[in-house]
Each structure stands twice: as structure tokens, then as C-alpha cells.
Design a protein around this ligand. Structure first.
Ligand code: OAK
Length: 831
């Protein structure tokens, strides 16, 4: 960094950075400045887009002052170990509200807008959320960076600035149709671009052997092509602590040299094609969730952002001329699943090829600089890359991976003489069905710690998925249970509950969520219960308005709100929920029950399916078909309603979750690594109906058995049934309720008599049912009947709901981050 070339004489230029004042007048001034001189429009003729952009820029300037101050303090306290969070996804949600509340500017901004004749609510609605993630993994990263800022942890988060985020989902005749998410189309007021700081990233080519000056034989990468990484900073404000951290996202651009070369050859069209080719790298988020997409472009994305990030850290965050041998004292990179794992051979390449370190010394350093979080238990979700592709795209990295593997296998053969089977199982290179690199193995070999994301998940990682590794290195494995940020998912999304909590236990709980325990005493207080129910009722009114406006859906009133929102995946078992709805419907229309005696229930789904995931898309079609039929059938007499608003995203989650009575967490035991929606619902006073899976286990332990509706097989029972041989047809034949539900679907009742439209779905359920929905159906039905009985007693239900809030403070992502800090990263926090 350079400063002014001579000593400034103006006192203004010498002092610290000055934030615009925290007053209505100061805010108005800053806002009009942005509007007039940023947008270039007068207030009188400004559009809502102009006003939103100016407002966002204004808030950003307040953040920027703190960001600069945070950076200044960090520089002053160097050297200090930092964490570098590497993630291909950040599902951020809208920024405006979060920034206003973190900086305590909400009232000032509201009044300032009013003073300009503007309703801030109208501007809030203008913001398109940055959907730079798919689901749980990406949203977790967003919660974690919020907590790191709130804890004042020295950290920087790195990722990709996708031009198109997660697709916008629409339904056409009940089927999912994907639309591009052009989130940047009306500007990016939160991003701070630095196009002048170019980071070159190479690909392709070949490697050469040569003898170095020291007489040692070495390898050199002669790349075939390259792109430029452009830096965009996004500010991550801590809550009420003045800290603002950095989220640094990379955008790909073609190199000038590349263009020029082709230009000189006279082919303009070809030059533009090269441009497009390079820019494709950061063009679009892969819409896959828990299933890897083995596409070349995706590997390019992974290496692109990792190479930019490591280079950036070494050249910009570290002081000039620092000794790379000190790296383990200065940085720990957290690998958010395997997407950034190519960072391990990349750091080796930098240390060996660019800093001339001996292999052993470089490996000793590299191993200490990474920690790996695994987010799945599905074997098919473990990422592998064909060796042929890796050799073509990253030949030097492939060489390095081979050597890491060779030495690793040598150690294994020494540790387990004669156990060649085990050696093959553990190898970083798989031979079948195609020679490929197992990224989870590379991550485990190259990391100080490997963690799962909930207690059960971490146990299953040790016992099953990475069992050989945990036998070899038991101390390397640990658990950090996930968490969610209470700033966004209570304080911002549920102002009514926030008000009630604060009036009851005082301030402070928003950044010290264990304090929610103080609410326990009120679970028996009739007056508090009454207020608690009023909060729920108000939130139901709010979601009713939102869905009416957003989607034209008219929610019936006075219903129990039963919500299942998450990515659509067979293991999550939206199909089981569907069978339950069909059974409820069947009971109503068959006259089996008196509709007047049934608790009225509205089921809300939200789910995107990966565009190439056929069965998931069929499930969406069926849910929509069932919703249409049920909602139109007068025999239901207003006792059952099914809503499936399209395009479930963070913005909708913030309105929907606070209104829910019942949280559906019904994955097959042993398949959902953690879940984080489950935590958000409990913290907002919904009761969970759930299996013994992921973080449900810990939620139930904390809230108490009597305040959680458990059903279904546990993981050992699942394993046992699968070992015996699972036959879904047996359940169909022997359970009359189940048979009726499936028959009703198969008859075409929900698809205008069209049986073909449902035959694939029904066929799979009866002959395959990979995630054992039929085996858990009876237990699920019985648990749902318990739910209905419990809901009938509103006083008791309120008590349970209050206890859910009071006992789940553990699930703050602040606690998760403290766990990582204390047990994995060993860094110091400043706040
Ligand atoms: C996405 C891509 C590859 C592997 C895993 C994922 C993923 O989103 N996993 C999810 O991570 C969440 C955060 O840890 C967990 O809560 C979910 O259970 C898990 O499915």
C-alpha cells in the first residue's frame, strides 16, 4: 500500500476517516449527495430504483467508515493469526435491513427517508437478494460470516461473484421452469469493485522437468491459457460493535494479452469469443445441492476462486516480504466442503515452485494451514474429478496430488502392512469406475481438522464415510454443530417476537443467545403465553399479506401452519409429507371423519429442484397437483389447504418461518447432515415433527422429548432394514391407510385423471423408495395425530413453543464460530 507522496497539509487529510453523522439531517445530506452526484438525478424526478440505490450507497458509506477503521486496527495489531473462509457459495439474503440494524441506523434512515417524502418500506422491496448459493451450505456460510464480524474475529471470507445466482423458480402447469437470476441488472450498490487489482490465474498447458540453480531436479508449470480475477469487496457488519469484515468475491475477466494476440491476427469475432470464454468462469452458480456436477467449468470455478484468494492473501493481506514459513501462525483456511480443496495443492505449488521450499517443508506448512468441513453423508455427493480432466486443466496440481498420494500410501503401507485393500480404499486416487481424484480424501490428508456439522453427522463420518481415516488419525476428527444468526433469523425477521423477548428479559440476547433461557420461567405465565400467541398471530397475518401480494395465494385464516421448506431432494422426503396430506384429504372426503372435528391445517411447501434432477421435478409437479385438487374440493370444508409459493429464497424464509406452528424435518435418519432450517423454526417458536437425524437430535435433547414430535426409524434401524433387504411393496400391502393414499395418487385423482403423469413417481415409490418413506409412513401418521391432539390444547402448545425458543439459544452461529475458534482455528478475537 502507498499513501500520499508528501505530508498532507490539510487537517482533514490527516485525521481518521469520518463517518457521515448518525443523525436524520446527516443521513438526509448523505442520501441526497448519493442521489444527486452518484445517481445523477434530483429527488423530484428520481425513480424508486434511483432512491434504493442511493439509500444503499448511503448506508454503505456508514459501513465503509467502520470497515476502514476495522482494517486500520487490524494492521496495528499485526502479526495476528486470521481465518480465511473459503466457500463456493454465500446465500446472503437482502443486505439493507441487516446493515441498518447492525449499525443502529434503522430509525435514522426511516426518518430521513420520511423527511424526503419517501416510505423506506417501498425501497426495501426494491432489493433483489444476492442468491449466490444453493441451500444449507451457502446459507451457513452467510450466517458464519455474520457471527465472525459480531465476535470481532480477524477473518476474511472468499468466494465467487456469480453474475447469475440460484435460478428464479416459476411454475408452468405445475412444473418447475427455471429463469435466470439477473441480480446485478439494476446495479450492485453493496459491492466495491477494484478492477485495478488484477490477479492472474493460469490453466492448462504442461509441466517441464528442469535442474535448478541448487542442482535439484524440479518441475515447472508452463500454462496454456489464463484469466484475470477481479476483486469485489462486500462489507460484513458485526452487530452493534463497530466491526465491519470483508467478503471478497472474484469475477473472471479475459486477459488483455490474450485478446490482443488474437486481435493482431485480425479476428475480431474470435477475440470476443475468448472474452466470453473467460468470463463464463464466474457467469453462473451451479444449481446443484448435495450432488456434485462433474463439469469442467465447475472445476475451473473452483480453482479460479481459490487461486485468486490465496494469492490475494499472500500478497495483500500479509505484510510485504513476510516469511512463508510463518504461514501456519498467520492463517488457517477453512474449506467449506470439498469445493475449495484444490487450495491444498495450490499452496504446495506456490511454496515449492515459487518460494523454492523443499517438498517436506512445504508439506509440513501446508497441512497446518487447512481445516475441512464435510456437509454430507450421501456417498454419491462426495466430489471426485477425473484424472484426465485434472491433468488437462491443472497439470502441475495433478503432479502434486500424485506425490502427496504416493507419500501418503507409503505411510499407510507402513502402518498397515499387508492390508492392500485398506490402502486402496484410502487412496486419494480412485481407479474405478474411472481414474479420479477423491477430493474428500485429499481434504482429509491435507487438513489439521476434519469436522462434521452436527453430533450425529460427525459420528457417522467417523464410523462410516471416513472410517479408515478416523482409525488412522482419531484426533483429527471433531464435531462443530451448525448454527444460525439470530440477527437475521430472529431480530430482523421476527420484530414482534424480538419486542416481546426484549420487554421480558431485556436487551443483550441478540448477541448472547444463551440468555433466551431466561424465558423458561415465563412458559407457565398465562399473560406471557397470550402475548406469545399474539406474536404468532401477527406473523401469520404478515405472511398472509406477503403471499397474497407475491403470488396471489389466499391463505385461509385460523389454521395451524405446517411448513416444509428446503431444497427438494429424495432423502429429505417431501414425498412422505405428500402421502400425509393425501391421507388427511382422504379422511375428509371419504366421510371417515367429521370435518368439524378436524384441526384446520395449512401446509406450506417451499423447494427448488436441481434442473437436472428428474424425480425431484416430478415431486414438485405432484405437490402442485395435489394442492390444486385439495384446495378446490368443497368436501374439505376449509379444513385443509396446501400452498406452494414458487421461488423459496432467504427473503421469503424471513417471512414464513416466524409464522409457522409446525416445522417439518422428516429426512431419513442418517442422511441429513445437520439441517439449519430446523434451528430457525425452533428459535421462532415452532414445534418440530422430525426424525432422529442431523441436528434434530440435539434440538430434541435441548427442548425435551415432550416438546418435540419424534417419529421414524433411527439410523441403526435404517441400516438394519437395508441390510435385511427393504421391500416397499410389503408396507403398501399391509398398511390400509398407505395403500389408499398411494392408490388415490395412482388413480390420477390429482392429475385430472391422467395416470401416466404419476406412474413414474408411484412406480419408484413401490419398487424402489430409496429413502424408505413407506417404512416410516405409519410412524409419521401417528406422530401427526399426536400433533393435532396437542394443538387442540392451545395453552399447552404455547408452553411447548415458548420452551422451544428458551432452550435453543445453543443454535446461534456465534456459538458455532466460538467452537471453531477455540477448537480448530486457535485465533484471538478483538471484540
Ligand atoms: C451442498 C453441496 C455439496 C455437499 C453438501 C451440500 C449441502 O448443502 N449440505 C448441507 O449443508 C448444511 C450446512 O451444513 C446442512 O445443514 C445440511 O444438512 C446439508 O445437506
Amino acid at each position: 500500500e502507498t499513501g500520499p507522496t508528501s505530508e498532507p497539509t490539510s487537517p482533514l487529510a490527516r485525521g481518521p476517516v469520518i463517518s457521515p453523522p448518525h443523525t436524520v439531517e446527516g443521513f438526509v445530506k448523505a442520501f441526497l449527495h448519493e442521489l444527486n452526484f452518484g445517481q445523477g438525478v434530483p429527488l423530484a424526478t428520481s425513480s424508486q430504483t434511483d432512491q434504493y440505490l442511493a439509500l444503499a450507497r448511503t448506508v454503505r458509506s456508514y459501513l465503509m467508515a467502520r470497515w476502514l477503521e476495522t482494517a486500520r486496527k487490524r494492521r496495528a495489531s499485526q502479526p495476528q493469526k486470521m481465518v480465511g473462509y473459503l466457500s463456493a457459495e454465500y446465500l446472503l439474503g437482502r443486505q439493507l435491513d441487516n446493515a441498518l440494524s447492525a449499525t443502529e441506523l434503522r430509525e435514522v434512515a426511516t426518518d430521513a427517508m420520511k423527511a424526503c417524502g419517501i416510505d423506506i418500506e417501498d425501497l426495501r422491496a426494491q432489493e433483489v437478494e444476492p442468491g449466490l448459493g444453493n441451500g444449507g451450505l451457502g446459507r451457513l456460510a452467510a450466517c458464519f460470516i455474520d457471527s465472525l464480524a459480531t465476535l470481532g474475529a480477524p477473518s476474511i471470507a472468499y468466494g465467487i461473484r456469480y453474475e447469475f445466482g440460484i435460478f428464479r423458480q416459476t411454475f408452468v402447469d405445475g412444473r418447475q421452469v427455471e429463469q435466470p437470476d439477473a441480480w446485478l441488472s439494476s446495479g450492485d450498490p453493496w459491492g466495491v469493485p477494484h478492477p485495478e487489482l488484477e490477479v492472474p490465474v493460469n490453466f492448462g498447458g504442461h509441466t517441464e522437468r528442469y535442474v535448478g540453480e541448487d542442482g535439484r531436479e524440479r518441475s515447472r508449470w508452463v500454462p496454456g491459457w489464463g484469466v484475470i480475477g477481479l476483486r469485489y469487496n462486500y462489507m460484513v457488519p458485526g452487530y452493534h460493535n463497530g466491526v465491519v469484515n470483508t467478503l471478497r468475491l472474484w469475477r473472471a475477466r479475459a486477459t488483455n494479452a490474450f485478446d490482443l494476440h488474437i486481435f493482431n491476427a485480425g479476428d475480431y469475432a474470435e477475440a470476443v469469443r475468448a472474452q466470453t470464454f473467460a468470463e463464463n468462469i464466474s457467469k453462473v452458480l451451479y444449481p446443484e445441492d448435495s450432488t456434485p456436477q462433474g463439469k469442467e467449468l465447475r472445476l475451473q470455478q473452483q480453482y479460479f476462486f481459490v487461486a485468486c484468494s490465496i494469492k490475494d492473501f499472500l500478497t495483500h493481506t500479509m505484510p510485504k516480504g513476510f516469511d512463508v514459513r510463518e504461514l501456519p501462525e498467520r492463517i488457517i483456511f477453512q474449506l467449506n466442503d470439498t469445493h475449495p480443496v484444490i487450495a491444498i495443492p495450490e499452496l504446495m505449488r506456490i511454496l515449492v515452485d515459487e518460494h523454492d521450499l523443499e517438498w517436506d517443508q512445504a508439506w509440513g506448512i501446508t497441512k497446518q494451514c487447512f481445516a475441512y468441513t464435510c456437509h454430507t453423508l450421501l456417498p454419491e455427493a462426495l466430489e471426485v474429478w477425473p484424472v484426465s480432466l485434472m491433468e488437462r486443466l491443472l497439470p502441475r496440481h495433478m503432479e502434486i496430488i500424485y506425490r502427496i498420494n504416493e507419500e501418503f500410501l507409503d505411510d499407510l503401507r507402513e502402518a498397515y502392512p499387508g492390508d492392500e485393500l485398506r490402502v486402496r480404499r484410502m487412496s486419494i486416487i480412485a481407479d474405478h469406475p474411472e481414474r479420479s481424484v477423491r477430493m474428500a480424501h485429499l481434504a482429509t490428508v491435507g487438513s489439521v481438522k476434519v469436522n462434521g456439522v452436527a453430533a450425529l453427522h460427525s459420528q457417522l463420518l467417523k464410523d462410516k464415510v471416513l472410517n479408515d481415516f478416523s482409525e488412522l488419525w482419531p484426533d483429527r476428527f471433531t464435531n462443530v454443530t451448525n448454527g444460525v444468526t439470530p440477527r437475521r433469523f430472529i431480530r430482523q425477521s421476527n420484530p414482534a417476537l424480538t419486542g416481546l423477548i426484549t420487554e421480558t428479559i431485556g436487551k443483550g440476547w441478540v448477541s448472547d443467545l444463551d440468555r433466551l433461557a431466561e424465558l423458561q420461567a415465563y412458559s407457565d405465565d398465562p399473560e406471557f403465553r397470550e402475548k406469545f400467541r399474539a406474536v404468532k398471530a401477527a406473523n401469520k397475518e404478515r405472511i398472509t399479506d406477503v403471499l397474497a401480494k407475491r403470488d396471489g395465494i389466499q391463505l385461509p385464516q385460523g389454521h395451524m401452519l405446517d411448513v416444509m421448506v428446503k431444497r427438494l431432494h429424495e432423502y429429505k422426503r417431501q414425498s412422505l409429507k405428500m402421502l400425509h396430506i393425501v391421507t388427511l384429504y382422504d379422511r375428509l372426503i371419504s366421510g371417515e371423519v367429521d370435518p368439524a372435528s378436524v384441526t384446520p391445517r395449512t401446509v406450506v411447501f417451499g423447494a427448488k429442484a436441481a434442473p437436472g434432477y428428474h424425480m425431484a421435478k416430478e415431486t414438485i409437479f405432484l405437490i402442485n397437483s395435489i394442492a390444486k385438487t385439495v384446495n378446490a374440493d368443497p368436501r374439505v370444508q376449509g379444513r385443509l389447504f396446501v400452498a406452494f409459493p414458487p421461488n423459496y429464497n432467504v427473503t421469503l424464509a424471513e417471512k414464513l418461518i416466524p409464522a409457522a406452528d409446525l416445522s417439518e424435518q422428516i429426512s431419513l435418519a442418517g442422511k441429513e447432515a445437520s439441517g439449519t432450517g430446523n434451528m430457525k423454526f425452533a428459535l421462532n417458536g415452532a414445534l418440530t415433527i422430525g426424525t432422529d437425524d442431523g441436528a434434530n437430535v440435539e434440538i430434541r435433547e435441548l427442548v425435551g422429548d415432550e416438546n418435540f414430535f419424534l417419529f421414524g426409524m433411527d439410523e441403526p434401524a435404517v441400516a438394519e432394514l437395508q441390510a435385511r433387504g427393504y421391500r416397499p411393496g410389503d408396507y403398501y400391502e399391509s398398511d390400509a391407510n398407505l395403500k389408499r393414499a398411494i392408490d388415490l395418487i395412482a388413480s390420477g385423482h390429482f392429475t385430472d385423471g391422467n395416470r401416466d403423469a404419476v406412474s413414474a413417481f408411484v412406480g419408484d415409490l413401490l419398487s424402489n423408495d430409496r429413502f424408505l418413506a413407506l417404512a416410516d409412513y405409519a410412524s409419521y401418521l401417528e406422530a401427526q395425530d399426536r400433533v393435532e391432539a396437542a394443538y387442540a390444547d392451545q395453552e399447552e402448545w404455547s408452553r411447548k413453543a415458548i420452551l422451544n425458543v428458551a432452550r435453543t439459544g445453543f443454535f446461534s452461529s456465534d456459538r458455532s464460530m466460538r467452537d471453531y475458534i477455540d477448537r480448530i482455528w486457535h485465533i484471538k478475537t478483538n471484540a
